[in-house]
Design a protein around this ligand. Structure first.
Ligand code: NAP
Length: 252
């Protein structure tokens, strides 16, 4: 539960934010005072999420945006500027994991989709957003624990998430000093995205045992870490990745 108001007067865009981790991030930023722009592919999901957030007293608008659609990305930024006139926070949260094939067996079209949604769309969104980013603004990318340890069934997805760690370093340098760029690498969180793992009791138990804290993560855990990096509490942190995975093996 948010007790501080670190985002009063700030405008935050969160992609893929009508459920799961993105929704909780939007909710957390909104409860801490941000005006929030949420989005996802389906109008119905956008409308429902907007109503939920409004019900919590959050100043929010919702816009349909499939992150790999150039026109919809442009519209997301334009509508944000029309309504709020500036951007302080961008959280790039969308990802696809369309295949469980090994890397060498992954179809070319699937390789393209993974690159497009998981990496390229973040770059292009930031390109559109950058003229409107304020001094002191903050970008947070959402990677994954799989960036460090790609498992066999999510190998290429993991590699796209590894790419985000490099992108964080490169963009932090490119966008400094006005904009900080950091990344959150979630562990396993029981959302729709991870259903195929977390709904199976034995897989779930194996994952829980890989953590030091003996539990899966929550969307609120990810929102708290994202809000920290996006806030002025992290004003001397840029180019970093925060692993939020209950102590699962990542790196020193
Ligand atoms: P989720 O609960 O399944 O939610 C996905 C959200 O993204 C929905 O709002 C969906 O709405 C939207 N969406 C999906 N594809 C989109 C696209 N191409 N463009 C725009 N919006 C899109 O997923 P999640 O678990 O919260 O995952 C969010 C992020 O966390 C992803 O980057 C994922 O890689 C990362 N992550 C998750 C876990 C985990 O265990 N859950 C672990 C590590 C990292 P529509 O259907 O309306 O588009």
């Amino acid at each position: 539960m948010a007790t501080t108001k670190r985002f009063e007067g700030k405008v935050a865009i969160v992609t893929a934010s009508t459920q799961g981790i993105g929704f909780s991030i939007a909710e957390r930023l909104g409860l801490e005072g941000a005006s929030v722009v949420i989005s996802s592919r389906k109008q119905k999901n956008v409308d429902e999420a907007v109503e939920k957030l409004k019900g919590r007293g959050i100043d929010v608008i919702g816009i349909v945006c499939h992150v790999s659609n150039a026109q919809q990305r442009k519209n997301l930024i334009e509508k944000t500027i029309e309504k709020y006139g500036k951007i302080d926070v961008v959280v790039s949260n969308a990802a696809a994991n369309p295949s469980v094939d090994t890397i060498l067996e992954t179809q070319e079209s699937v390789l393209d989709k993974l690159w497009e949604v998981n990496v390229k769309a973040s770059i292009l969104l930031l390109k559109d957003a950058s003229p409107h980013l304020q001094s002191g603004s903050s970008v947070v990318l959402i990677s994954s624990i799989a960036a460090y340890e790609p498992s066999a069934s999510t190998a290429m997805y993991g590699v796209t998430k590894t790419a985000l760690l490099g992108l964080t370093k490169a963009l932090a340098s490119e966008m400094a000093p006005d904009t900080r760029v950091n990344t959150v690498a979630p562990g396993f969180v029981p959302t729709h995205f991870a259903d195929y793992l977390t709904k199976d009791a034995s897989i779930r138990k194996t994952i829980e045992e890989k953590t030091l804290l003996n539990r899966l993560g929550t969307t609120e855990d990810m929102a708290a870490a994202t809000a920290f990096l996006a806030s002025d509490d992290a004003s001397y942190i840029t180019g970093e990745t925060l692993v939020v995975a209950g102590g699962m093996p990542s790196r020193l």
